[in-house]
Design a protein around this ligand. Structure first.
Ligand code: DGJ
Length: 758
């Protein structure tokens, strides 16, 4: 790990574990990009990588010089309007109407560690030796403004993080109309673009498409990162695949409106830009003010998508998630939402909790409907006090009774919302996000509170603090169930109305920061109609997120597979629910529902009191199995083996391997039964070639090399030849294999030697 600066050539060379990133100060004192990719050795000068040539119909910077044009140069943090016609990293509107800027290199510093980003989530270091940071300051003398570009290089990972800070040091008012966090001009465009797209109940499906000339992008303008698009984008070489080849990826540590864009220009240069969505964004920067952009995490992999994912998993699990619960083993929970919806009382809750305890559950989560007069979704959001009709003895009493049963108690909130039928709305009708004289659109009968206002955040903080102090609460599910419309704030002047969406997210982060600091023992799980805000920004405050409202085991294969592209298993809430499934009405076996939910932070979301004795037995076995293996699931290395997005999508498989490679869990799933199929072997990954593994339930062992190369022989499927009742036949089948090393290296070497002697 190092950051080199060559004073003569004014070149910067950032080296992470296996990555080089090089840029230089150009002749016009702006920054030019030279290289991003596999680590290359450092040399005195990379100036030969700056290529220029006079070209027809090119605009040039200097009179008499037909070569120096930003149109043909790769840039580090480009602006529009001075010979580069591509979309820029930023744009600043000045008082005289000009949008032209000239930010020149002023100075830089290189230091160990990584500074925090004020008010924003970001990756961090635990000691200053883990990373080195470069801060480059650029200066525009006409505006008297600075941009600081931050680059942090992690020692043991192929990670470079980026952000930018805009500072108005002059007297005039500046308007940031575009303020992206990172830009990379690649030297070609021979890539496929990979992104995660979907909708409610089918979040984060993997999409892959070839880059084409022009602009291609994904974005959100919904006020949340959204279930439609995830703030992530990767460029994959044409020959790259799951386990091999080069991938360059960009993940945005932000939960609001974003843009991830690739512009392929007329010279086949791919410009990647990522940041807050400039659409409907403007930030007024008065004299002396500054604006910090959120962070982009760039991961390079020469081991395909899996290599990329493993880097994100490691970074996000250990250096983005924080607090007591980052490393603590997560409890098996039961949530009453799909069991009761709004229709419950204390007796019903205790009945479910008691049964759940007997089955091995550790945490009971009381979902929506415990507060105000909330019997359906038309009322009470904002009234965070207990509904005494449903819970006549109060919340504290219920929580204590649940504790007495031997379970921890968790509670649902939707802090950012208000219902018009509520005490809160009666008192503060102007606290909604809204604009004057316009209709107020709703989503699920509810309205968004104006979290850009500190007094609103303070008020909600106090209400939540009171609830969390008065009852023994160990877990909070923080929901958010609608996007923003008619975006405006009654508290901001006209010229700051386009700041509301970002200020809102800053308010959400502020509330999270205050609550997680005040209640460090509480496990927070983020949720947004399922996975509409499953993003790195949230992981900073909540180590786990409800992956999707869709709990159907078959749909979950795609959702969890896609989510794993960026996010570790430790962040994915995954529950077994009842059948017919409440989202798609599909009937799958309890085994398959369990086998899918195992690969996440496990729980149940059904009425256990309605289960048959046989089903309860299965649930007991499942919980027992999960508890035995959850350390590996939470902290192990995850490998995707077969993709539901490839071929006919009929099979999915994945596995997780313990850090010391002595244990592994393999999950294989088949959607539809096939007639008279061939025998299948599954090629495993990540095992130790020299370890001998026992596969639970089989009376034979296999070495790691065999399992990874010859493969794991799967069970027979139904072949039609004899009547048989093999459990694993039919549609929606699955199997989970547990592998445990019985012999490790030293012994196996000895055995090999013995075998050779014989
Ligand atoms: C949406 C969430 O995703 C569900 O799990 C549940 O909490 C409901 N909201 C409650 O209204």
């Amino acid at each position: 790990m190092a950051i080199f600066y060559n004073e003569q050539t004014q070149e910067f060379h950032l080296q992470a574990k296996n990555v080089s990133y090089i840029f230089t100060v150009l002749k016009n004192n702006q920054l030019g990009h030279l290289y991003y990719g596999k680590k290359i050795r450092h040399r005195e000068s990379f100036a030969h990588l700056v290529k220029m040539q006079a070209r027809s119909l090119t605009s040039c910077v200097y009179e008499g010089d037909l070569e120096f044009s930003l149109d043909v140069l790769k840039q580090e943090f480009p602006s529009y309007g001075t010979t580069d016609f591509r979309e820029p990293a930023y744009q600043i509107l000045q008082e005289n109407g000009s949008r032209t800027t000239n930010f020149e290199y002023r100075n830089h510093r290189i230091f160990n560690g990584k500074p925090k980003l004020a008010g924003l989530p970001a990756t961090y270091v635990e000691n200053n030796e883990e990373a080195v940071t470069l801060e480059v300051t650029l200066y525009d003398s006409v505006m008297n403004a600075e941009i600081a570009l931050y680059y942090t290089v992690y020692e043991n990972m192929n990670v470079i993080t980026r952000s930018a800070k805009f500072m108005n040091k002059g007297q005039e008012k500046l308007n940031l109309t575009r303020a992206m966090s990172a830009n990379v001009d690649f030297s070609d465009a021979d890539f496929d673009m990979v992104h995660l797209s979907g909708a409610w109940a089918r979040e984060r499906h993997v999409k892959t498409r070839a880059l084409e000339t022009g602009i291609q992008s994904i974005s959100s303008a919904r006020g949340a990162s959204s279930s439609q698009q995830n703030p992530f984008l990767a460029l994959k070489r044409k020959d790259a695949a799951e386990n091999q080849g080069e991938v360059y990826s960009f993940s945005f540590v932000y939960s609001g409106n974003f843009l991830a864009q690739v512009e392929v220009d007329h010279y086949n240069i791919a410009r990647v830009t990522m940041g807050i969505n400039p659409f409907d964004f403007n930030w007024l920067l008065e004299s002396g003010e500054s604006f910090q952009t959120p962070e982009v995490v760039m991961v390079y992999s020469d081991q395909g998508l899996n290599g990329m994912s493993q880097t994100y998993h490691q970074l996000y699990r250990t250096r983005l998630a924080r607090g007591e619960w980052r490393d603590k083993i997560r409890p098996v929970l039961i949530n009453n939402w799909e069991a009761t919806y709004f229709d419950f009382n204390e007796a019903k809750i205790l009945e479910i909790a008691k049964e759940a305890k007997d089955l091995g559950v550790e945490l009971f989560v009381l979902d929506d409907g415990w507060f105000g007069k909330r019997d359906d979704d038309t009322t009470s959001l904002g009234d965070w006090f207990v509904d005494k009709i449903k819970l006549s003895n109060g919340l504290g009493s219920l929580a204590r009774k649940i504790n007495e049963l031997g379970l921890q108690f968790g509670l649902w909130f939707e802090p950012e919302m208000v219902s018009k039928i509520s005490e809160l709305y009666k008192e503060h009708p102007d606290w909604l996000i809204h604009v004057p004289n316009r209709r107020q659109s709703h989503g699920r009968n509810q309205y968004v509170l104006d979290f850009s206002r500190k007094e609103v955040v303070d008020y909600i903080y106090e209400m939540m603090e009171k609830v969390l102090e008065e009852a023994p609460i160990s877990y909070v599910k923080w929901d958010m169930n609608r996007y923003m419309t008619e975006i405006g704030s009654a508290a901001l002047p006209a010229e700051r109305q386009s700041e509301v969406a970002h200020r809102y997210i800053l308010g959400v982060y502020d509330l999270y920061e205050r609550l997680t600091s005040k209640f460090p023992h509480i496990l927070f799980e983020s949720c947004a109609s399922g996975g509409a805000r499953f993003d790195p920004g949230m992981i900073y405050y909540t180590p786990q997120t409800w992956t999707s409202d869709d709990t159907d085991a078959v749909e979950r294969l795609k959702i969890q597979y896609g989510t794993s592209i960026v996010y570790p298993l430790s962040t994915m809430g995954a529950h077994v629910s009842a059948v017919p499934n409440h989202q798609v009405r599909r009937i799958t076996s309890l085994e398959t529902r369990g086998n899918t939910a195992y690969f996440g932070m496990f729980g149940y979301e059904l009425d256990v009191t309605k289960m048959t004795e046989e089903e309860k037995k299965t649930v007991k076995v499942q919980i027992d199995f999960y508890k035995k293996n959850r350390e590996v699931i939470q902290n192990g290395t995850f490998y995707r083996l077969e993709s539901p997005f490839e071929g006919d999508g009929n099979v999915t498989s994945w596995m997780v391997v313990s850090k010391d490679q002595t244990e592994a869990l393999v999950g294989c799933y088949q959607v539809l039964a096939r007639p008279n199929p061939g025998f299948r072997r599954l090629l495993l990954k990540g095992l130790n070639t020299n370890y001998e593994y026992q596969i639970e339930g089989r009376n034979q062992t296999n070495f790691g090399d065999e399992l990874m190369n010859a493969g794991l022989q799967l069970e027979n499927e139904f072949s039609g030849s004899v009547p048989h009742e093999h459990e694993e036949t039919g549609d929606f089948t699955s199997q989970v294999f547990k592998l445990k090393a019985v012999q490790t290296e030293v012994i196996s070497h000895k055995r090999t030697e013995e075998a050779l002697e014989v």
